[in-house]
Design a protein around this ligand. Structure first.
Ligand SMILES: [Fe+2]
Length: 379
């Protein structure tokens, strides 16, 4: 993250102690070995203390590489599992998994993704991310970033629905949004003040005996601990879960149509995440407000339709997903350009993921497929 947070109690100087009788256990929690962003966490107990360990089964998703444009309807997807085992990828590749998480039950088990950053988009519902670094309440329209290695429990309302992106590559604020001091620049759709981080409260509930499910893609490793990992006296640094609501993201508009990169929200080495928001359309007197035809030969374009009326697409409803693959042209469907002329604004909200590596579809994704999609440009 791009700002510094300090919470709770810690020694005045890093890597030192204050009281020999009450030693705090310092953990460096970071990414990219010792070169990326990091925080220093001060535990009361030894964080390495694990009473026993076992493996639990996990089905590793298999993807069939996409060669044609696809559309699926996730509103027909049933609720399943909890926030740990209800995650069934619909699209992805080795680096990236994309899924809709609609848990049917809650669990008090703790979770940590061993190898993937997680980025949640809250489509419906609310709740709290209870992380070892503190609590992060959330509501509809929030993006929540959870760095790999964060131990947490997700407390959510019964109607909760998330779009979830899980990535082996780190997810962050785009580098081009930062000045040379690391501050978010002017002209960017959001500012540091719009982000929320977990708040560490004293006297929070500490569950003595607990299990932590650690995801390694092909299996869970389950740690049984007799000391709670929720034992921080304090932490400081730049690496922590955070949230931002789409209401606080300010879309960039232009005199003529603006290309998708102006809507970029987060970036990663092999993909970017963008947000199409309700906005005024282009103000040139003869502007065509919807997208032009395009063939992006280096990306597969995923789009999740969260709410509103999507002008350039027919047959789309809330919860629909389209993927437009590289190597094929795509664009507005017949009649939609004519319909858009003279329109002044849109109320759409859509989440885009542009993947620079090829995307595949899982068996779960195929079950939700709307098979007529390729024909919608010839009607
Ligand atoms: Fe596109």
């Amino acid at each position: 993250m791009v700002y510094y947070v300090r919470q709770g109690r810690m020694p005045r100087t890093r890597h030192t102690y204050e009281s020999r009788n009450k030693l705090l256990r310092e953990e460096l929690f970071g990414e990219e070995s010792f070169d990326g962003s990091y925080s220093l966490l001060y535990h009361r107990n030894e964080p390495t203390r694990i009473k026993s360990i076992r493996e639990a089964r996990k089905d590793e998703p298999k993807f069939e590489t996409l060669k044609l444009h696809k559309m699926i309807d996730t509103d027909i997807q049933k609720r399943q599992g909890n926030f740990i085992n209800g995650r069934k990828p619909l699209f992805g590749n080795e680096t990236l998994h994309i899924l809709i998480l609609k848990p049917s039950s809650r669990t008090s088990d703790l979770f940590r993704h061993g190898i993937r950053d997680q980025l949640f988009f809250v489509h419906r519902g609310d709740g709290k991310f209870k992380t070892i670094m503190g609590e992060l309440p959330f509501g509809e329209g929030d993006y929540i970033y959870v760095p790999k290695g964060t131990i947490y429990n997700l407390e959510h309302s019964e109607d909760a629905e998330f779009l979830l992106i899980e990535s082996r590559d780190n997810i962050s604020v785009p580098q081009r949004y930062l000045n040379r001091y690391g501050q978010i620049k002017e002209g960017v759709p959001y500012y540091s003040r719009d982000f929320r981080h977990p708040v560490l409260r004293r006297g929070r509930e500490v569950k003595k005996n607990c299990e932590v499910y650690v995801d390694f893609d092909d299996r869970y490793v389950v740690e049984t601990r007799d000391d709670s990992p929720f034992d921080l006296e304090g932490w400081d640094g730049y690496h922590f879960p955070f949230a931002i609501n789409i209401r606080d993201i300010m879309p960039i508009v232009g005199k003529v149509h603006q290309p998708p990169p102006v809507h970029e929200t987060f970036s990663s080495k092999s993909f970017m995440v963008g947000t199409f928001l309700p906005r005024k359309y282009d103000f040139h007197e003869r502007a065509i407000p919807i997208s032009y035809y395009h063939s992006n030969v280096d990306t597969d374009e995923f789009l999740y339709y969260a709410s509103g009326n999507f002008m350039s697409r027919k047959g789309i409803r809330e919860g629909s997903i389209t993927i437009h693959v590289r190597g094929m042209i795509h664009g507005p469907q017949p009649g939609t350009v004519e319909k858009s002329l003279g329109k002044e604004e849109t109320d759409e909200t859509g989440i885009m993921v542009e993947s620079y590596e090829r995307l595949g579809i899982s068996e779960e994704g195929k079950r939700l497929e709307n098979k007529n999609y390729m024909k919608t440009w010839y009607e």
